[in-house]
Each structure stands twice: as structure tokens, then as C-alpha cells.
Design a protein around this ligand. Sequence first.
Ligand SMILES: [Ca+2]
Length: 304
Amino acid sequence: MISFRTALLSALVALLVASSLIGCTGTSAPVDERPAEAEKPLESPSGPPPVVQPEESRPSPPPAVPEPVRLYTYEVVNAYPHDDGAYTQGLVFENGFLYEGTGLYGKSSLRKVDLETGNVLLSRDLTADRFGEGITVYLDRIVQLTWQSKVALAWDKNSFELVRELPYPRDGWGITHDGSRLIASDGTSTLYFLDTETLAITGQVEVRDGDTPVYRLNELEFIDGRVFANVWITEKIAIIDPGSGRVTGWVDLSRLLASRPSGKPVDVMNGIAYDAVNKRLFVTGKLWPWLFEIKLVEQGSGPG
Ligand SMILES: [Ca+2]
């Protein structure tokens, strides 16, 4: 009897021991209940500062909604005579005068023009093998691009003497400046930022309206932090954020010249100038008989 009870106890003990062993080695060990911190890798002393919250606990930022593209039409404030033989490729207003660069082989020039009368006060012709393009006035120099001669011209602003020629290894279309950099177009969707002395490229940006590149950027004007660009061969001006290349607005200048027909053949709209002192915006075109002062009128906005 005793030996039977002993055997029964031994069996029970063995059963308990076995059960205990299964509990210790079972696959149901509560791994998932470990504190979350135990899962984190140790942060190195040079890791992120402790004030940075984990991504999961930060409030969600609002979804990025692109700023809508503003759409403008115009009002004509003034119309001034413009030489209808001037194939306008560059236009600038400074200190009461217009500066204009004209194109075509054998007809290209640099001009200083009286706004009110359109009279040419001073001019220099380019050699017949050079097709003049955009101009910008920077300090005491006027920089004038040529279309495909791979050279840019630096003129003295006051005497119109040619100071020097600079290599320019791209097509020249439009040029302006933002106070510290020249900004140029070459007929593509790219704006190039150039050193003011050497014209070497210091940066560039692709111009896009939403996701769509905007090609054929032509005459340029820097106005209040934005680059205004004629888009060849349209009657539209793109307003561009030079930091991102994003088009922030469009100006539709349809029917501008039709309001004052001349009966003579004209070419496309080209030429934007800005009187920063009196906040006057001027536009004209190639062979246009008029130069217009316009005011932008916001019409609404389109998708960003
Ligand atoms: Ca201009």
C-alpha cells in the first residue's frame, strides 16, 4: 500500500515537474508584453536630441495643398508710341528711360528710348552677323544677349560704348536680374542664374505649371520677387517663383494690340519692363506700334 502511494505521489510530482517545464519553455511566452522601450535600439550619445517626439505621437501636419495659380487679365493705363521697326527682344525701364534691345540679322541694336514719345535717344547697331536678344541693366552696364552667336555684349550704360564681349555657350533669349544674380532664359523651360561679371552659371531651375514644364521662356523681368516671362509665341506672361520654378500666376494679354490696330504687320508680344519706383508695368511686342502701360486685374485662380 505504502509503495503504491509512494508510486502515486512520485507520478504526481513527475507530472507537476513536467507541467512546470512545459510552462517555462512553451512557445506562448508573453514576448509581446514586454515594454515597448525594450524593443528600441539604444540611442548613441550623438543621437537625436531627446526633445524630438517619436513620429507616431506628433500631430499630423495638414495635407499639402498647392497654392492656386492666380489668373490675371489687364487694364490699359496708357499707350505710348513704339518704333514699329523695332523687333523687340529686350526691354528695361530705369530712371525715366526705356532701354531696348532689338533683333534680326542686320537690324539688331541697343537703344535708349524716351517713354512718352518713343523717340530713340541713343543707339548702337550690332554687327550684321549678330541677332540681338534680351537685355538687362545691371549697375553701370547693359548686358545684351545674342541668339546663336555664343557671345554676350556688355555695354556702358551711359555712353553705350561696348565694354567687352563675353562667351555665352547657349542660345540667348531673355535676361533680367534680381539684384545679385542675372537670370536668363534660352527658349527651354529652364531659368539660369548667372554670375553678374562672368555670366557663368551659378544655378538653374526648371519652370513648371503644376507638373507641366513651361517651354519657350523668352523676354524676362524681375518684379517684386517674381520673374515675369513672355512665353513665345503666346500672348501670355508666366509669373514664376525663381526659388522653386513654380508658376504662381498667368497674365492673359489677348487682344491687347487689337485694341489699337495699326494696319501694319506685327510679330508676337515680347518685352516686359517695370518702373519699380512708380510701380508701372510696360509691355510691347516685336514691330508693335505701341508700348502699353498696363495694370493687372486678377480674374481668379486655377489648380495649383
Ligand atoms: Ca525685360
